[in-house]
Design a protein around this ligand. Structure first.
Ligand SMILES: Nc1nc2c(c(=O)[nH]1)N[C@H]1C(S)=C(S)[C@@H](COP(=O)(O)O)O[C@H]1N2
Ligand SMILES: [Mo]
Length: 389
């Protein structure tokens, strides 16, 4: 448990100590096959974060998109011999689909959506929380093309007793003691028209490290459900009780907003589900120096779980007053939305900038973090320190 003092220290750190981001100093850039240099958080399993500079475009490049794996044995799946098995105790029949079957027999859908790890920004929690020490780049926005999961499930036949749909990918643990990465969704989310089995990202086949030949895309929900290199889908009448549902990716029940996952909830903990409203200034690195009297503009992205962004407000006086930034056009309900704000560079000296996103559902980024043991859902208002000289 956190003491009250630690709690306060955590919640105030972003306001008092913008230099906390310097924790990322000494980070190593490394290029995996098919990727440009990304921030290495761990080598095996591969966990690589997208640098801020590669988050400036509306769609994050395939070769810059972050990589998150829990297991170290990651086969290269041959798209021609790959088969997707669909079945389970609540399915009427078992299917085995090739990539060509998926692509030929089902309607194609393309949508823009943010893929964000629930642990994005874990490295900004104070006190430190164990786990991959991500800063801002365990996320990206892309155009995903695939087929609706529900169309495939309906071919298999969804029984009236279906409770969850369970997903497994081709990756396996190195040690038999490590549980396989298996995730489930509530049946209603699995049957949602926006939940896809995707085979393309930004108009190209999925990169190997982002789930080729096909992965789940669950718009509005955190990345943990976006199972990569899908091999098995099972429609089940019971709650999935694997480690990655029952133990990992959970938060204290009632601590966060977002849709509930009733079949997985206990009085103590519940799975993370939807992405919380958040924003990121991408135009400037923390500590950047700007020439005085030169026109300069702040820009970045704001996103939530799909209600949309109502406003992004900016403060340069430590949160005493806020002024609205200009919003860019929407790229889609589940995509991020651009904002820009003109910087006053007429006075020399340090400036501290806060940006706060408000969603159409009325949620706003909090001033304080909600501490939780695994460091999920970091959406606290961030401060950016600039120097005008
Ligand atoms: N097969 C498989 N799929 C997976 C994972 C994994 O470890 N194995 N990690 C999940 C998690 S926790 C996240 S945040 C996303 C990240 O997607 P990306 O690696 O394409 O960026 O993949 C998800 N899908
Ligand atoms: Mo994740």
């Amino acid at each position: 448990m956190l003491t009250r003092r630690e709690l306060l220290a955590g919640s105030l750190s972003a306001w008092l100590l913008p230099a906390q981001r310097a924790r990322s100093a000494g980070e190593e850039l490394l290029a995996m096959p098919g990727k440009r240099p990304l921030i290495k958080r761990s080598f095996r399993p591969p966990n690589y974060e997208t640098p801020l500079a590669d988050l400036r475009g509306p769609y994050t490049s395939n070769d810059a998109f972050f990589v998150r794996y829990h297991l170290a044995n990651i086969p290269i799946v041959d798209a021609r011999s790959w088969r997707l098995r669909v079945g389970g105790a609540s399915a009427s029949r078992a299917l085995e689909l090739s990539l060509a079957d998926l692509q030929r027999h089902y309607e194609h859908v393309t949508l823009a959506a943010v893929n964000q790890c629930a642990g994005n920004r874990r490295g900004l929690f104070t006190p430190r929380v164990p786990g991959v020490q991500w800063t801002n780049g365990a996320m990206g926005n892309a155009l995903w093309t695939g087929v609706r999961l529900r169309d495939v499930l309906r071919t298999a036949g969804v029984g009236g007793d279906a409770l969850e749909v369970v997903f497994d990918g081709a990756d396996t643990p190195l040690l038999p003691a490590t549980p396989d990465f298996i995730k489930s969704l509530p049946i209603d989310r699995a049957l949602d028209e926006n939940t896809l089995i995707a085979f393309e990202m930004n108009g190209r086949p999925l990169p190997r490290w982002n789930g080729a030949p096909a992965r789940l895309v669950v718009p509005g929900w955190v990345g943990t459900y976006w199972v990569k290199q899908l091999t098995d889908i099972r429609i089940e009448p019971r709650a999935c009780d694997g480690f990655w549902m029952k133990t990992a990716y959970r938060v204290p029940t009632g601590a966060f907003p977002g849709v509930r996952f009733a079949s997985q909830e206990t009085p103590e903990t519940t799975p993370v589900t939807e992405i919380l409203v958040n924003s990121l200034i991408t135009s400037h690195e923390n500590g950047a120096r700007l020439p005085r009297d030169r026109r300069s503009e702040l820009s970045g992205w704001a996103w939530d779980s799909g209600s949309g962004i109502a406003s992004v407000d900016v403060s340069t006086d430590a949160g005493q007053s806020w002024r609205p930034a200009t919003l860019e056009r929407e790229l889609g309900a589940f995509a991020w939305r651009g904002f820009r704000w003109p910087l006053d560079t007429s006075k020399a000296g340090p400036v501290s900038i806060l940006a706060r996103a408000v969603s159409r559902s009325g949620a706003r980024q909090p001033e304080r973090l909600t501490p939780n043991p695994s460091g999920y859902h970091h959406n606290q208002i961030q401060s950016l320190a600039l120097e005008i000289a």
